[in-house]
Design a protein around this ligand. Structure first.
Ligand code: 1DF
Ligand code: MN
Length: 357
């Protein structure tokens, strides 16, 4: 990886990247066991099965970066001009594991990340990984993450083996997240087996498109199931420009109202507000994977500039030139500072950099 020759302009803010990924080597050992099973989930096989076995430059680079929480990661951050990474356990995290393994491993992963935060307090911020397979244990881990690990957000990699958080059995997780004031980053996962076949045959199941379709569906299921009427303060973070949901907002509002009125589906009951109201009041959106000015501007107009945050999606989209592109966008200075720094500091409760930095 070459050093960027033209330095980025100096700036009166920190660049905080908010959808960055890591994997403890111990998790890859568990993944190896799962990948050997005959009935391995097709989405998992096409996702982590690829990265863990492909000799391609992309896969080997990503595997090397994922497991590092020290010199290599900090070097890449320095080279890209990223001051702080907000880090989550890479997808699918523990959600592909059997329940007992998942419940046991989530705290191990969180402790590993918390140790790295202590080594690099001005550079790394952790999100709490949880095992939705056991909602009560997940709720407890959220409390432990806040009280003992100095983490103030949660990462959930979308569906858990085909189950969605719109199912009320998962709502103890939302209850804990709302009570602890921890936003939940609803990060993509490979699609469930029941959905993925037509995407795999076209090579469109992954980050190129399938991730966005599935995670967008998940977010909409939260809205239509009434999660935010029950937990009005809950905040969900979506990457990838909100998985395109702001672009859908008008049609969602019209068709949701029409569907409720005609009593078409038992699952579509009245909710207190329009789908777009929940998007604007219960969501934050990052630009992970999308260094595109027009899409960012549209989303800032729709959500308000205080709900749109910078993300790189390291190491899956380690593209240092995108930082310079984003700096080149026509954005008011206070909006730019909100995008790169203020919104992340507020949402993830990131303290100011220590003077030692
Ligand atoms: C990919 C992309 C993989 C993202 C990820 O986690 C991920 C990819 C396994 O390109 O295969 O987080 N992403 O968020 O865009
Ligand atoms: Mn990601």
């Amino acid at each position: 990886m070459s050093i960027i020759s033209s330095p980025l302009p100096s700036r009166p803010y920190r660049r905080i990247a908010t959808e960055e990924a890591f994997s403890p080597p111990e998790m890859l050992d568990i993944y190896k066991r799962i990948l050997k099973q005959d009935d391995v989930d097709p989405g998992f096989k096409h996702l982590m099965g690829f990265y863990m076995s492909s000799p391609s430059e992309r896969a080997t680079h990503i595997m090397r970066c994922l497991t590092d929480l020290d010199a290599l990661r900090l070097q890449h951050m320095d080279e890209a001009g990223v001051d702080v990474q907000v880090i989550g356990l890479t997808s699918p995290g523990v959600q592909i594991m059997d329940k007992d393994t998942a419940v046991a491993f989530a705290p191990v992963a969180n402790d590993i990340l918390a140790d790295a935060m202590r080594r690099h307090p001005d550079r790394l911020v952790g999100m709490i990984a949880v095992a939705p397979q056991d909602p009560a244990a997940a709720a407890k881990e959220i409390q432990r993450g806040v009280n003992q690990l100095n983490m103030h957000s949660v990462v959930i990699n979308s569906h858990t083996q085909g189950e969605y958080l719109s199912d009320q059995k998962f709502w103890p997780i939302f209850e804990a997240a709302e009570a602890m004031d921890t936003p939940i980053y609803l990060h993509p996962n490979a699609m469930p087996a029941s959905m993925i076949q037509h995407f795999i045959e076209a090579g469109l199941d992954g980050a190129i498109y399938g991730f966005g379709v599935e995670t967008g569906l998940h977010a909409l299921r939260l809205i239509t199931s009434g999660v935010f009427d029950r937990f009005p303060k809950l905040q969900i973070i979506l990457g990838h420009m909100g998985e395109a949901l702001p672009f859908w907002a008008y049609r969602l509002d019209y068709m949701h109202a029409a569907t409720v009125k005609s009593n078409r589906y038992p699952s579509v009951q009245p909710i207190k507000r329009k789908p777009s109201d929940y998007l604007r009041e219960n969501f934050h959106i990052t630009n992970s994977g999308v260094a595109w000015g027009a899409a960012i501007k549209f989303t800032q107009d729709f959500m308000g500039p205080d709900r749109v945050l910078y993300a790189m999606d390291y190491p899956y989209q380690y593209a240092p030139e995108e930082v310079a592109m984003l700096e080149g966008l026509d954005m008011a200075p206070q909006v730019r500072k909100a995008f790169f720094q203020d919104n992340a500091e507020r949402l993830f409760k990131i303290p100011p950099a220590s003077s030692a930095a």
